[in-house]
Design a protein around this ligand. Structure first.
Ligand code: BG6
Length: 483
């Protein structure tokens, strides 16, 4: 296969929060994997910045350890790791004080792309942006990368956008939603807009309903205090599931350009109906045989925060009016599995009799595990004995279809390289984030004023029974949660 990867120019990437968890688990291992793929230019530098007192050697050891822990062992070649860490530097910097800023300014090279990854608590976004600007560390072509949570409601998101806008142009701001970096998510756009096959059917005339499930088997233990202030609505629905919904629902953009794509996504968010409270199910997991309850994990016995949500939504536009979208996400479910299922309507009439041949097609886009797509079609069961119809999958598993398919790049490494290429297509624009909060805020406010506790559900299953009822009462059913 001929590689047509777009080359990246020489860069200096400064990671604020360089000793933090995200850097250790995702950013640094991801950069190493891109290095192995030959995509890190020879003179590129990665500069860790944090309050910890370290030098280059100490941070290189930290990076070495992160690679050994989070990159699969077949890629632990010492010569490669050594060569990669020679790109790594470290500078102690205090986001809220003066320490380190003059040194960082002195380190910057002219004519090199500068990117600053804010892998820190959101309260530090403003001070970091200000200092980069005041010390003239960032130039007009510099990029900043910010992580979720991007605000906790419309007001705080607007304030954050305002603070960043004082020092940076929107074209310089890369708001990460790592779901947009997942291989299958991009493939969704390729399948929708690269084929004639699906688009004519992609509307309420032919699509019965859409299901988006992001299920996790883990609980919130370890990050309970953060999670308890967010819940599934802020942690997953407002961002990850909303983004998936946008890509599924949007009109074809006129070109595959950042603003063309983001304009269309924004229109979907703005056309989303406010859900009816009876179409929302909130759950909290109980204790299992050897797992703690949500209340224990969250260290808050009175908590009314949900670790599970299922909801039915409508989109009020010509394409989707009348096609319900069901979203579901939760912790401590049976498996870690994420998928989007587009369930087409049954054929209007069966020439094979009512029992046969009236099953609609289902297109399943699997985000994880086993990334791929699968289209359920009806065929005749081979062999004699009359016309017996069966359903078979037309399966496109990426692991089988790609040469190095078991090694699909992680979302983060793809997104970081897009920052270096200056491509914002897979990043959220400020107005998108605000529109998503504008839709989410009234839902949360209604819960808060009602003050109701979420219903309990058993760990290791598919969430509360009420969520099954959400579809049953419409004569539909959720797809099974399975890996
Ligand atoms: C994060 C959430 O954004 O996404 C986590 O804060 C969640 O709670 C995670 O576990 C899921 O991401 P992935 O890529 O593992 O599906």
């Amino acid at each position: 296969m001929v590689s047509r990867v777009i080359p990246v120019e020489v860069f200096d990437l400064v990671i604020f929060g360089g000793t933090g968890d995200l850097a250790r688990r995702k950013i640094l291992p991801g950069l190493y994997r891109r290095y192995l793929a030959g995509q890190i230019p020879e003179n590129a530098r990665v500069i860790g910045a944090a309050r910890t007192d370290l030098d280059d050697a100490g941070y290189r050891q930290f990076v070495n350890d992160a690679i050994c822990e989070f990159v699969k062992s077949s890629k632990h070649d010492k010569a490669h790791i050594d060569a990669f860490v020679s790109h790594i530097h470290y500078l102690p910097v205090d986001a809220l004080g003066d320490a380190g800023w003059n040194e960082l300014a002195a380190m910057m090279r002219p004519d090199v792309i500068r990117a600053f990854y804010f892998s820190v608590a959101p309260r530090l976004f403003g001070p970091l942006a200000e200092r980069l600007h005041d010390h003239e560390i960032a130039d007009g072509d510099s990029r900043i990368v910010v992580e979720k949570p991007f605000g906790r409601d419309l007001k705080t998101a607007k304030a954050l956008n305002g603070v960043l806008a004082e020092s940076f142009d929107e074209k310089q701001i890369y708001r990460i939603d790592h779901y947009l970096g997942k291989e299958t998510v991009q493939n969704l756009m390729a399948v929708r807009f690269g084929n004639i096959l699906f688009e004519p059917l992609w509307n309420s005339q032919y699509v019965d309903h859409i299901q988006i499930t992001v299920a996790e088997s883990v609980g919130v233990g370890g990050r309970g205090s953060y999670y308890d202030k967010s819940g599934a609505i802020r942690d997953m629905i407002q961002n990850h599931l909303m983004q998936l919904l946008c890509l599924i629902g949007m009109e074809p953009p006129s070109e595959f350009e950042p603003d063309a794509v983001r304009d269309e996504k924004l229109k979907v968010i703005r056309a989303l109906d406010a859900p009816d409270p009876k179409d929302i199910v909130r759950g909290q997991y109980r204790a299992g045989d050897d797992t703690a309850s949500y209340l224990t994990d969250a260290e808050n016995p009175e908590s009314k925060t949900e670790s599970f949500i299922a909801m039915k939504l409508g989109i009020s536009n010509w394409r989707w009016k009348g096609t319900p979208i069901y979203l579901r996400t939760g912790k401590r479910l049976r498996e870690r599995t994420s998928e989007i299922a587009v369930v087409f309507k049954d054929p209007p009439h069966s020439i094979f009799g009512e029992q046969e041949g009236r099953r609609g097609n289902v297109l399943v886009i699997r985000l994880q595990p086993n990334e791929g797509m699968n289209l359920r079609v009806t065929i005749k069961e081979p062999g004699p004995g009359g016309m017996r119809l069966i359903e078979v999958p037309l399966d496109m598993s990426f692991a089988e279809a790609l040469a190095d398919g078991d090694d699909i790049p992680d979302a983060y490494e793809r997104l970081i390289m897009d920052v270096m290429r200056g491509n914002q297509t897979l990043f959220m624009r400020g107005d998108e984030v605000e529109a998503a909060w504008a839709w989410t805020d009234p839902i949360i406010e209604a819960w808060e004023s009602a003050g109701k506790k979420p219903v309990e559900y058993d760990p290791g299953g598919s969430g509360p029974d009420d969520s099954l009822m959400l579809l049953h009462r419409d004569g539909r059913r959720w797809r099974e949660i399975k890996a």
